[in-house]
Write a protein that binds this ligand. Structure first.
Ligand SMILES: Nc1ncnc2c1ncn2[C@@H]1O[C@H](COP(=O)(O)OP(=O)(O)OP(=O)(O)O)[C@@H](O)[C@H]1O
Ligand SMILES: [Mg+2]
Length: 371
């Protein structure tokens, strides 16, 4: 996939932006606080319909602008097909349009643009809370499984209802029975999707890691409750979830929240037969996380039949030269279009199809030497 043009108006601190990215590589450089990440955030928002920095739409809309409204647009090319995707954010909510036609609902609007985002926090994922690793898995699945957004939302919705009921101190058995059944059904879907992703990522992850550190045993495991793990197919997972919810109901009622199910699962990153976070060195952990992100990237590429657009926010500066060069090797081989933000553009290697952009006070200037 290629973004041919990225357009933003009323977005963060950006002056009206019309960016024509390089065929392969766009390097957004400039001092701190100038708007580099804001440009990547606009591209990410078009793909994910969310920001990676805030959950409040007001944060995204330019402060003090006469019109409290932000508009984004991307012209993208995917397998020879050119499409235009637009989003408008305003006081009355969000509107999306694909090729001029209104798109209703988040699920339908996802996927017009495909990106893989890599931010410095990703390098710390093995030591983050389990919720961050579950989010990593879910976001990676949204990229390749069109139905997953609705499946995951359905699960979250039942979970919220059940927790709301428990919070009131209620133990209404009939209602809880209904919730449990729904939770087991939607939860089994979530577990199966995440398992499938982890199985697809593991060999890629091991391969990328080998390139960095030689032949050390690494693994990726999707961790659930032991009874759920023992269940082989979706129907069996559903039964195990249902049973687990029933067994722990008294505990849930006492603690007033749902403590069992995929919302407490984890992605286990294994290194030399134990947990990476308790065994690997700092440098090895960074390599593991780099390998994991590269696995996500190559997986999306394989599944879409076309590499996604890669967004690297400040990541090259966080890597040492060896890891940085592996990252750029993979990018070069994959032929993916990449947008990078850095303060020092010298650390990004030359690649044909590179274009540089100077970002200063919300203004983006292409090919600053020529200007
Ligand atoms: N809604 C908004 N309206 C106006 N300005 C905003 C808004 N949100 C953020 N900003 C401004 O955008 C700037 C930050 O932009 P951004 O995070 O893109 O910087 P950056 O160039 O990536 O910097 P760094 O190199 O430090 O990462 C800040 O000056 C901030 O005040
Ligand atoms: Mg930044």
């Amino acid at each position: 996939m290629r973004i041919r043009e990225l357009w933003a108006e009323g977005w963060r601190n950006l002056e009206p932006l019309k960016l024509v990215p390089g065929e392969r590589l766009s390097v957004l450089f400039g001092d701190n606080g100038q708007g580099k990440t804001n440009v990547l955030e606009a591209a990410y928002y078009l793909a994910a319909l969310r920001s990676f920095r805030t959950t409040h739409a007001e944060d995204l809309i330019r402060r003090g602008a006469p019109e409290a409204r932000a508009r984004l647009r991307a012209e993208v090319e995917h397998r020879g097909l050119q499409r235009r995707f637009e989003i408008e954010l305003g006081p009355t909510g969000r509107r999306a349009r694909l090729d001029g036609k209104s798109v209703r609902g988040t699920a339908a609007a996802l996927g017009a643009v495909s990106v893989v985002l890599f931010v410095p926090e990703d390098l710390l994922l093995s030591r983050a809370a389990p919720a961050a690793r579950r989010r990593f898995l879910d976001l990676a699945i949204f990229n390749v499984e069109r139905g997953y957004y609705e499946e995951a939302s359905a699960f979250q919705k039942v979970l919220r209802s059940r927790n709301a009921l428990l919070r009131q101190g209620s133990s209404a058995p009939a209602l809880l029975d209904t919730y449990d059944e729904e939770l087991a059904r939607t939860g089994a879907r979530v577990v199966m999707r995440r398992r499938a992703l982890v199985a697809a990522l593991e060999p890629r992850f091991a391969g990328h890691f080998r390139q960095l550190h030689g032949d050390l045993a690494v693994s990726l495991t999707y961790r659930s409750d032991p009874d759920v793990e023992a269940a082989g197919d979706e129907a069996a997972v559903e039964r195990a979830l249902d049973r687990g919810l029933a067994d722990r109901r008294a505990l849930d009622v006492r603690r007033r929240f749902t403590g069992f199910g995929p919302q407490v699962d984890d992605l286990e990153i294994g290194f030399l037969g134990t947990l990476a976070r308790s065994q690997a060195s700092q440098g090895q952990l960074r390599s593991l996380m780099l390998a994991l992100k590269l696995a996500e990237l190559t997986h999306v590429e394989a599944r879409l039949g076309d590499p996604p657009v890669l967004l690297l926010d400040d990541v090259p500066s966080e890597l040492d030269p060896l890891r940085r060069s592996l990252l750029f090797d993979v990018i070069a081989k994959l032929d993916c279009q990449t947008l990078i933000s850095v303060t020092e553009r010298e650390i990004v290697p030359a690649l044909s199809g590179r274009r540089d952009f100077l970002v200063r006070a919300g203004t983006v200037v292409a090919d600053p030497e020529a200007a």
